[in-house]
Design a protein around this ligand. Structure first.
Ligand code: SAM
Ligand code: SF4
Length: 332
C-alpha cells in the first residue's frame, strides 16, 4: 500500500506508536524521576474510541503496524479491549506492545487472544537489588516469569535492555547468555537524553561497539544477520555457532533517523513525528470539536511534513543535553 505520510526528507511513515497512558508502576532512572506523580488529568487522556478513530484514519494514510506503549501500557485498565478494537482495522497488519513486564504474566494470554502479536519486554538487570535501584520497584522475578509466559502463549518476544555505564553494563554478557539459553532476542539500547530526571551524560552511554566487544570477549564471537527491513532500528547479530541472537539499537552512536518510519500519538492526543519533537501537534481537540476524518487526515499529513531531521541534527550541531524530552510521556 502506498503511504500518504511522507515528510520533507522523503521518509515514509508506516508504523504508529500509541502511548495509552503517561502513568507507570516503575521509575527507571533513565526515564522517569523517582518522585514523579504529575500525571495527566483523566479527561485529557484519549478514550479507546478516540484512539480507535485516530488509528483508523492513520491506517487509511498508510500506517500498517501499531505498537502500544506508555508510561506502562498495562496499568491502563482493560487495554486488551483497545487491542481488540485496533485488530478490527483491516489495514493494520500487526499490533505489538512495549512493557516493563510487571503486569504481563497474568495478562499474556488475554492480550494474545485480543490480537496482540508481539511484545518487547524491558529488563535491565538480573539482580533484584539493582532492579530496585534502577527501576524504583522490586519485581525482577515477575518480569522473568512474564517473559516465559508471553513466549509460552505464542507472543513473539524480545527483551529490551538499556545499558547505563557503571550501573548495568557489567551484565551485558549475562544478557547475551540469556539470549543463548532461551532463544529470545535481547536488544541493547543506547541511553538517550530523554530522561525525566536530568541525569543523562554522554559518558553514561554504553555504545554498541563497547557492548559488542564485551560480549564477543566474554561469551563468543558474533556475526551480523541481515534483515529485509531497512527501517528496523536494531542491527542483529548471531553467535557464530548459530545459538542466540542479540540486537543493538545505536540510537546515539549511529542514529537511524534517515530510515525512520515512525509517528507517535501521545496519551493526551498529540502527534509526535520524532522523539525529539516538543510539544507535538494536538489532535484531541479536533476529535472533540467534531471535525471530520478528512480534516484530521489532512492535519496529520501537514504535521508529517514538519517532521524534523532527528537526533542526528542535534548531534551534528552539538545540541545534546539531558531531558531533551520525556520518554515516559512519549512512549519510546
Ligand atoms: N513502560 C514500558 C517499558 O518500560 O517497556 C513502555 C514505555 S518505555 C518509555 C519504552 C522503552 O523505552 C523501554 O524499553 C525503555 O527501556 C526505553 N527507554 C526509556 N527511557 C530511555 C532512555 N532515556 N534511553 C533509551 N531508552 C529508554
Ligand atoms: Fe516506566 Fe517504562 Fe519509563 Fe521504566 S522505561 S519508568 S517502566 S515508562
Amino acid at each position: 500500500m502506498t503511504s500518504n505520510l511522507v515528510d520533507s526528507f522523503g521518509r515514509v511513515s508506516r508504523k504508529l506508536r500509541i502511548s495509552v497512558t503517561d502513568r507507570c508502576n516503575m521509575r527507571c532512572l533513565y526515564c522517569m524521576p523517582q518522585n514523579f506523580t504529575d500525571w495527566l488529568e483523566q479527561e485529557n487522556i484519549l478514550t479507546y474510541d478516540e484512539i480507535h478513530r485516530l488509528a483508523s484514519i492513520f491506517s487509511k494514510l498508510g500506517i500498517e503496524r501499531i505498537r502500544i506503549t506508555g508510561g506502562e501500557p498495562l496499568v491502563r485498565p482493560r487495554v486488551e479491549r483497545l487491542i481488540s478494537m485496533l485488530s478490527s482495522i483491516s489495514k493494520i497488519r500487526t499490533i505489538s506492545m512495549t512493557t516493563n513486564g510487571l503486569l504481563l504474566g497474568e495478562k499474556a494470554s488475554i492480550l494474545k487472544q485480543a490480537g496482540l502479536s508481539s511484545v518487547n519486554i524491558s529488563l535491565d538487570t538480573f539482580k533484584e537489588q539493582k532492579f530496585e535501584s534502577m527501576g524504583g520497584r522490586r519485581g525482577k522475578d515477575k518480569v522473568l516469569k512474564a517473559i516465559i509466559e508471553a513466549d509460552a502463549v505464542g507472543l513473539k518476544v524480545k527483551v529490551n535492555t538499556v545499558l547505563v555505564k557503571g550501573w548495568n553494563d557489567d551484565e551485558a554478557a549475562d544478557f547475551a547468555k540469556f539470549a543463548r539459553d532461551t532463544g529470545i532476542v535481547v536488544r541493547f539500547i543506547e541511553f538517550m537524553p530523554l530522561d525525566g530526571s536530568g541525569i543523562w551524560r554522554s559518558d553514561l552511554v554504553v555504545s554498541k561497539t563497547e557492548t559488542l566487544n564485551r560480549i564477543s570477549h566474554e561469551v563468543g564471537a558474533l556475526i551480523p544477520v541481515s534483515t529485509d527491513d531497512a527501517s528496523e532500528p536494531a542491527t542483529l547479530y548471531s553467535f557464530i555457532d548459530g545459538i542466540g541472537k542479540v540486537g543493538f539499537i545505536s540510537s546515539m552512536t549511529k542514529p537511524f533517523c534517515s530510515n525512520c518510519d515512525r509517528v507517535r500519538l501521545s496519551s493526551d492526543g498529540k502527534i509526535l513525528t520524532c522523539l525529539y519533537e516538543e510539544p507535538g501537534y494536538d489532535v484531541k481537540n479536533m476529535l472533540r470539536d467534531g471535525q471530520s476524518d478528512e480534516d484530521i487526515a489532512k492535519f496529520i499529513q501537514k504535521c508529517m511534513k514538519k517532521k524534523p531531521e532527528g537526533i542526528i541534527k542535534l548531534i551534528k550541531t552539538n545540541s545534546l543535553r539531558p531531558t531533551l524530552n520525556y520518554m515516559h510521556k512519549i512512549g519510546g
